[in-house]
Design a protein around this ligand. Structure first.
Ligand SMILES: [Fe+2]
Length: 475
């Protein structure tokens, strides 16, 4: 667990939670906001710590979810609207909530209330669209439905058909862009530990907290990581609707937070399942690039297929493994041509497991003037930091990467002499040209800062307008 200094770092600067809820309001912007953005909304999830408790080793992942969004409303003179769901503002109200929660838990354990507490998920990690609903997710419990665009109100737990998802699941459900089916699983600390399609998944030997997993059009890939470096990482692959047919494959021990993409390839002797990560027979295990790479993003319509480009976050020095136990700051957005690097790796394979196709650092990629470079880096100015990006495609785009990346950025020059973020400091939403990864085409100035957080997602106008009606919201 993090030490005291580390804990404090997650309360410092722009990690610190905000305590002000803002109603809808127009936001000033500069540059040309692409037409494709209007009617859509960018939503970012993150945790909102209510108190600084360094004795318990606070981490970035702690605390309930907080959504932050920019809605591009289709009216003149109002290009952006920001709504924040933030913590209670007074100490008294926080204390009252803590006392109330503890009383509810005790009453629930003793069976004194008609509706005992069943779930304590924080819903603070990601936000996805499925079946005309917007869901905030975390692996410690079922998704929580929220409603867009204007209110960001909480609707209630999403437990799936027949209440299947009752407890732990994954922070990253996968939605098939062709069939609109959503894939996730139910995990417990009691045997059989994991259920897929409401059936026990054979092969798990203990409770598994699986932040992410892989889903292609035909297969699902479960990930079973060891508890220490003497174990092995195992991948369980099964046909989409037949979890009982799982086959397990082993690899060197490693830590996997996110899968980038998963797809099938038909070969002369069957189907080969590709699972693209950061780090039947596992045929190739090498890295495509040596640069730090996290928060991978593949446009939704291209997921579960052999997409060419993936996007993500990076940093000039260090890596995310180190940063995760101190603090994570995103200095660069990157675009990686997976097809080009895979072809290069297959033509001249690096060594298995620890080999790497493109061994350049971020600094070396940045000085490249090759217009066809398979890695392109958008570096933020010194002292500016971004968050996870989402891709918005240009209508009638000429190539897969013809569109824009959208993300929140924060200029740390706004921090005071103690490194604290003043109440008056502000974040900005940037819209970046994804073709060349060089130009910020539009900026939307937010009324207050957005603390560094987890995952974001872009919701187009048709998903917002097509949401299921809500009878009543959760208080
Ligand atoms: Fe995640």
């Amino acid at each position: 667990m993090p030490n005291e200094l580390t804990s404090l770092s997650y309360h410092a600067g722009n990690y610190a939670p905000i305590h002000t809820t803002l109603n809808l309001r127009p936001c000033p912007s500069e540059g040309a906001i692409p037409e494709e953005f209007f009617g859509g909304q960018y939503v970012r999830n993150g945790s909102k710590p209510l108190q600084v408790d360094t004795s318990r080793g606070f981490h970035w992942f702690n605390s309930d979810g907080m959504l932050t969004s920019v809605f591009f409303e289709r009216i003149a003179q109002a290009p952006g609207v920001t709504t924040l769901i933030s913590p209670r503002s007074s100490v008294l109200s926080v204390l009252m909530e803590v006392v109330q929660a503890m009383a509810l838990i005790v009453a629930s354990l003793w069976g004194l209330i008609a509706r005992p507490i069943r779930r304590t998920s924080t819903s603070n990690t990601s936000v996805v669209h499925n079946d005309d609903q917007i869901l905030a997710t975390n692996e410690t419990g079922p998704p929580m439905r929220v409603f867009l665009p204007s209110s960001l109100k909480t609707v209630g737990w999403f437990t799936g058909m027949e209440g299947f998802i009752k407890e732990m699941t994954t922070a990253h459900p996968h939605v098939d862009p062709q069939t609109q089916e959503m894939f996730l699983f139910h995990a417990t600390f009691l045997a059989p530990f994991t259920l897929c399609l409401n059936q026990p998944e054979p092969g798990f030997q203990g409770g598994e907290i699986m932040h992410d997993f892989g889903v292609s059009r035909k297969h699902t890939v479960m990930i079973d990581m060891p508890y220490n470096w003497r174990g092995q990482t195992r991948f369980g692959v099964f046909p989409r609707y037949e979890p009982e047919k799982v086959k397990w494959y082993t690899s060197a021990p490693c830590m996997i937070m996110h899968t980038v993409n998963t797809w099938d390839e038909e070969t002369f002797n069957g189907t080969r399942v590709h699972l693209l990560l950061r780090p039947k027979q596992i045929s190739h295990q090498w890295a495509l690039s040596a640069i730090p790479f996290e928060f991978p993003h593949v446009p939704h319509r291209l997921q579960m297929a052999p997409t060419r480009f993936v996007y993500g976050n990076s940093m000039r020095t260090g890596d995310f493994a180190e940063a995760c136990i101190s603090n994570v700051k995103v200095e660069c957005l990157v675009k990686i041509d997976v097809v080009a690097l895979l072809a290069r790796g297959l033509a001249d394979p690096p060594s298995q497991v620890d080999g790497c196709v493109d061994q350049r650092s971020v600094a070396e990629v940045l000085i490249s003037d090759d217009p066809n470079d398979p890695i392109k880096v958008f570096a933020l100015p010194d002292g500016w930091y971004a968050q996870e990006c989402s891709f918005v495609a240009r209508k009638d785009g000429q190539s897969e990467d013809d569109g824009w990346l959208v993300t929140y950025v924060y200029d740390e020059l706004q921090l005071d002499e103690n490194g604290a973020a003043p109440e008056t400091s502000q974040s900005v939403l940037w819209i970046i040209d994804a073709l060349e990864m060089k130009e910020v085409v539009a900026r939307v100035l937010l009324p207050q800062r957005v603390p560094y957080g987890m995952h974001g997602n872009w919701f187009p106008e048709e998903q917002i307008l097509g949401q299921r009606e809500v009878e009543r919201f959760r208080k």
